[in-house]
Design a protein around this ligand. Structure first.
Ligand SMILES: [Zn+2]
Length: 395
């Protein structure tokens, strides 16, 4: 292998111990006594007391993470300020899945006196019961609801599974692309998401948390920049990046995560839904981790098969650390898939065959890239240099 070419890309490399590799190859899964995360999840190890390294780090520096979160008063001020700039009939566009979290957010936005348009992305696998919830609730509240799909979702799901072993990355990209264009067309300056705090940590804050960067102004600026890069550079087959080439759209439409501003627990959300609307019913045709999406279990199953742990391990453990969810409820949600027969059927429909994890232990290394180098470049360089018969590493 041409070391020079690789060392142009990588600053440092650390190989993981043989013991760790053996443990990964034959996982006898244990769960953190505090957050419930499996030690099969990448980078997670349990100490002598059965506590994971992420919980220990949270003990040391979790208060820094808490600095990102705000209260509902801050959200009121933010949304009122943005509503004053509106160009159309609505103050905000809510990404409305019909699940429990976004239904709760819809109520709260209306309580705040905002004019809300809801957007539901029908990826082709949204539970009929969830769609019934959406129609019933938006009709009752007199809210305009748009439900739209995308013709190329089979291709998007296939690529998402191949690259990330989950369906969610591709689905979320399609949802965010479509909603940004819709908001702009309707003159709406704010898109509101129902991302949970655990998802916010994973999607927005992990980068900063790992680098211990807590200058809030810098975080806001880098997240805004990252959002633009995400829409323009993160390409999935079947999705069109053209609407985002004009960067002004990101000035006109901003993104707000509702639960950044609300520390409500899952139990509180259920209690509020019961109190406010008997029309919302828990769909019974979805898996453990989703109250609206039938393909979600396919992602969970493929991630388990290809990577050895559920894609929900990390965000769910954050829900526990941040006090949103009890450990017992988290472990229940991570129980695997509810209907393996349906998973197989959808995989056949997508023409996706999960890759088997290698029976032989592989080699694991952490690499730090040089400035200017990219994972894509490293991937291309490795692809040229690896001997025949050696599987391409997953980056
Ligand atoms: Zn833990």
């Amino acid at each position: 292998m041409n070391q020079d070419e690789l060392s142009d890309l990588i600053v440092s490399t650390r190989l993981v111990s043989q013991a760790r590799i053996a443990a990964l190859a034959q996982p006898a899964m244990r769960r953190c006594a505090r957050c419930g995360i499996s030690d099969a999840a990448l980078g997670i190890e349990l100490d002598g007391e059965g506590i994971c390294n992420e919980c220990r780090r949270f003990d040391r520096s979790g208060d820094l993470l808490a600095g990102y979160f705000r209260d509902e008063q801050a959200l009121q001020t933010l949304l009122a300020g943005r509503a004053a700039l509106r160009r159309g009939d609505y103050d905000c566009l809510l990404l409305y899945s019909g699940g429990k979290d976004s239904t709760y957010v819809l109520y709260k936005l209306i309580d705040m006196g905002l004019r809300v348009l809801t957007f539901t992305f029908d990826n082709g696998f949204i539970s009929r019961q969830a769609l019934d919830n959406i129609r019933a609730i938006t009709t009752e509240l007199g809210v305009e609801a748009i439900i739209a799909g995308h013709a190329e979702m089979r291709q998007v799901f296939h690529e998402s599974l191949s690259r990330f072993s989950t369906v969610c990355k591709g689905c979320f990209k399609a949802l965010l692309d479509l909603s940004l264009v819709l908001a702009d067309q309707r003159g709406i300056g704010t898109i509101v998401t129902g991302l949970s705090r655990g998802q916010i940590v994973e999607e927005r804050l992990k980068y900063f948390y790992e680098r211990q960067q807590w200058d809030q102004a810098r975080i806001e600026a880098e997240l805004a920049q990252g959002r633009q890069v995400y829409h323009t550079m993160e390409r999935f087959a079947g999705l069109d990046g053209k609407p985002f080439e004009d960067g002004a759209i990101f000035e006109r439409v901003s993104l707000v995560d509702y639960f950044r501003y609300s520390a409500v627990t899952k139990a509180d959300i259920f209690a509020e839904l019961r109190r406010r609307n008997l029309r919302w019913t828990q769909p019974t045709d979805t898996g453990f981790c989703s109250s609206n999406c039938l393909i979600n279990d396919v992602g969970v199953s493929v991630h388990l098969e290809e990577r050895g742990y559920s894609n929900y391990e990390v965000p769910t453990s954050w829900e526990v650390r941040l006090g949103h969810l009890e450990r017992g409820a988290a472990v229940e949600e991570l129980a695997g898939v509810s209907d393996p027969g349906r998973v197989d059927k959808i995989l056949r429909h997508l023409k996706y065959v999960p890759r088997r994890r290698p029976a032989q232990p592989g080699l694991i290394a952490y690499c730090v890239l040089r400035e200017g180098a990219s994972l894509a470049l490293l991937e291309r360089t490795l692809a040229r240099q690896l001997p025949a018969g050696v599987a391409m590493p997953r980056l």
